[in-house]
Design a protein around this ligand. Structure first.
Ligand code: PAF
Length: 279
């Protein structure tokens, strides 16, 4: 498998493919790959001539340095996993390659969608995501890019940045992959003990509980009942919001056609997020 660490070597490898008008699918990741990432890569492989997977733990999107230090890093294991599913190009750059001295990035106006939920509890997080994704898009110049819907708000932010920078890139959002017990797959799950994995199930149970309330309660009532339900578990809730899935505005008295519940909570020291589209 080809693993490139510099922009120059990656661009050289992609040049002939682009000249031959081959399509490039891109899966940006921070490594510690799991089935959820592999599902994105498999979809990209089925829809593109060539697939680039970036593995880069982006320091600018962490507002907690401990979280950054503890983020799992396992490049060789990631490359082996990718090898097992097909032929892809891996881009594993250094911080200097992604953020060169002549970087022209200035913060992008995200029209407020970066200030709610994740944005409220992780100030600066989405500007960090926008910065890295913008730089990676400029380096890779893919035709389509694949993101997981577990990071629901991130997908909304990425759609907006793509529009604002006029990138000719199709953003493809893929469903959240779950363990058989319902726990959303995440690289952070590696840091959970067996007991915490059990405790974390309160997340999906609460999301499903809200789904069950939708027919008879307003969003406001459902939220209150769900918060009470959640408090019977062991996790510390950061937020639980029922929002319009397009503009992320909170729903109060009426459900929307596109209503989504988003939740973040600490399971021990590990921060987990999840969401469910309410049908
Ligand atoms: O979702 C992630 O893993 C990261 O936020 C991303 C999109 C790779 C940017 O660092």
């Amino acid at each position: 498998m080809n693993v490139f660490t510099t922009r120059k070597s990656l661009n050289e490898a992609l040049a002939s493919l682009k000249e031959a008008k081959k399509s490039v699918g891109f899966v940006p990741t921070m490594g510690a790959l799991h089935e959820g990432h592999l599902a994105l890569v498999k979809r990209a492989l089925s829809e593109s001539d060539t697939v680039v997977v970036s593995i880069f733990v982006n320091p600018t999107q962490f507002n907690n340095m401990q979280d950054l230090d503890k983020y799992p890093r396992m490049l060789q294991a990631d490359v082996d996993l990718l090898n097992s599913i097909g032929e892809v190009i891996v881009f594993a750059p250094t911080v200097e390659e992604v953020y060169p001295e002549n970087d022209t990035y200035t913060p992008l106006d995200l029209e407020g969608i970066d200030n709610v939920m994740e944005g409220e509890f992780r100030p600066g997080h989405f500007q960090g995501v926008v910065h890295v994704v913008r730089n990676l898009f400029q380096i890779v110049q893919p035709n389509q890019a694949y993101f997981g819907l577990k990071d629901f708000q991130q997908v909304a932010v990425i759609r907006l940045l793509t529009k604002k920078y006029n990138f000719p890139i199709q953003i493809i959002a893929c469903p959240t992959l779950r363990e058989t017990n319902g726990l959303a797959m995440s690289s952070r799950n590696l840091r959970l003990t067996e007991k915490e994995r059990e405790d974390a199930l309160i997340i999906i149970q609460t999301l499903k509980y809200i789904q069950s309330l939708k027919a008879t309660k307003t969003p406001k009532e459902a939220k209150e009942l769900a918060m009470e339900y959640f408090s019977n578990g062991k996790l510390r809730l950061e937020y639980l919001e029922i929002v319009n899935g397009a503009n992320l505005k909170s729903l109060d008295n009426e459900w929307d056609e596109y209503s989504v519940v988003c939740l973040a909570a600490f399971c021990g020291a590990v921060r987990l997020i999840d969401n469910l589209e309410l049908v």
